[in-house]
Design a protein around this ligand. Structure first.
Ligand code: AMP
Ligand code: MG
Length: 411
């Protein structure tokens, strides 16, 4: 077991243990939104399937219109009406035109379309006052996608546009990486359910809910377990239960140095368990425990409500994304530089993730200020904050107007 390591090393250990994303599952097309697709999808046909009109107007032969001018308007008979979806079986001869709607297939003989608003139609004739270029307002077969081309590549995160494209190539189901199932387990003798009136010394369980919400937001499936009391045997049973049906187990509380912090002892004694590290050089969030039980990652998050959430952002969100098949480049929170609006206090021996409110003004300048008090129990700092301000360890503190690095918490 490693002890008291840097955030980056901790994250590398956690991510490095996961060899590959979770398995694939077939889902309805719409349910694939935001998921990572596991297969290349090819177009079954050209898109559009045939040359068609880009406008409501008239199809004709461009060469016939070369002499058209306001002084010598050209008159062409309209020989057919072609709505979208109804290919016309005929052929357009020289000095003829067809009325054609947007999306309707271009009939043989036609090599240009002129928009309705540029001509007059009178007694079955159109009157043209200017020449039309060959190819004008015609969309070519396959100009969007050629038959056989990969329209959505394996590993892509499915966007609304990709959903549309998959529909266009006739995919009612797609294979995507399945969602991680995440057990969320709060521990503590003082913790009561959120629908209880806490007695003396008790507090309501907020961690299970902030964590389950973060899990949901990360695209995974949370399962909230009953609150477990600070007794090794109860913790042992709850952990084994949680491990058996989950891809990841998150506990909160009971991983610090206290007399009733039993998570580490319990995991150490489980069969097929390995504790990989304990404690990270960060504030909040030092007492984090990472272990594997029968190859399932079990992450013991600190009990303080802010520590739990900040630790989730640094370690759990990237792991869930990796499980769900996201590429390496998309695992971490987005970073940016911002100007601090007020002095920041000096830091101690740990990197500090202060909660900040970042704002961009009309000129694009990004500023950030603290949310207020920064204790690891001040959940309100996470409610108000939209970013974490990263303060290096043993730093003198940042002066007003200096540049700091932030990590965005809004996704
Ligand atoms: P612990 O790490 O178990 O000593 O907990 C640290 C602090 O976090 C204590 O003040 C706990 O009361 C608080 N805490 C632990 N679990 C929860 C929870 N599920 N919801 C809210 N606060 C919690
Ligand atoms: Mg506790």
């Amino acid at each position: 077991m490693k002890k008291y390591i840097e955030v980056e090393e901790a994250r590398e250990l956690i991510l490095g243990d996961l060899e590959r994303p979770l398995s694939a599952e077939k889902v309805d097309l719409l349910a694939a939104l935001g998921r990572i697709i596991c297969e290349d999808v090819e177009a079954d046909r050209d898109l559009p399937p045939a040359d068609n009109s880009a406008m409501d107007g008239y199809g004709l032969r461009a060469v016939d219109t070369e002499s058209a001018s306001p002084e010598q308007p050209l008159r062409l008979p309209v020989v057919a009406d072609i709505p979208a979806g109804k290919p016309w079986p005929g052929r357009v001869a020289a000095e003829e035109a067809v009325r054609i709607m947007t999306g309707a297939p271009i009939p043989p003989g036609v090599d240009a379309v002129i928009r309705r608003e540029f001509v007059e139609e009178l007694d079955g004739l159109i009157i043209l006052k200017e020449p039309v270029e060959p190819g004008n307002d015609i969309r070519r077969a396959g100009e969007d996608i050629k038959a056989g081309a990969v329209v959505v590549a394996a590993g892509t995160r499915i966007s609304p546009a990709a959903i549309g494209m998959l529909a266009a190539v006739g995919m009612p189901y797609v294979a995507v990486v399945r969602r991680p199932r995440v057990a969320v387990l709060a521990t503590g003798d003082e913790i009561v359910d959120f629908n209880q009136v806490p007695g003396p010394g008790a507090i309501r369980n907020s961690n299970s809910f902030s964590l389950a919400a973060l899990v949901l937001q990360a695209g995974a499936l949370p399962q909230i377990f009953p609150i477990t009391r600070d007794q090794p045997e109860l913790i042992r049973r709850a952990l084994l239960d949680a491990v058996s049906g989950s891809d990841l187990v998150l506990t909160s509380g009971g991983v610090s140095m206290g007399d009733y912090d039993f998570i580490q002892d319990v995991i150490r004694d489980l069969p097929a368990a390995e504790i990989r590290f304990w404690q990270v050089r960060m504030k909040p969030g030092k007492p984090l425990l990472y272990s594997r039980v029968s190859a399932t990652p079990v992450i013991g998050l600190p009990g303080n409500p802010v520590s739990t959430m900040v630790s989730f952002e640094q370690f759990v969100r990237p792991l869930l994304k990796k499980m769900a098949g996201y590429p390496e480049s998309e695992l971490l929170l987005k970073k940016e530089l911002a100007t601090v609006l007020a002095d920041l206090p000096a830091t101690g021996e740990r990197r500090h993730y202060a909660r900040g409110i970042a704002e961009r003004d009309q000129t694009g300048k990004l500023t950030v200020k603290l949310t207020g008090a920064q204790g690891s129990g001040i959940l309100n700092s996470m409610v108000k904050g939209n970013c974490l301000i990263i303060q290096p360890p043993v730093a003198a503190g940042a002066h007003k107007d200096s540049i700091v690095e932030i990590e965005w918490l809004d996704y």
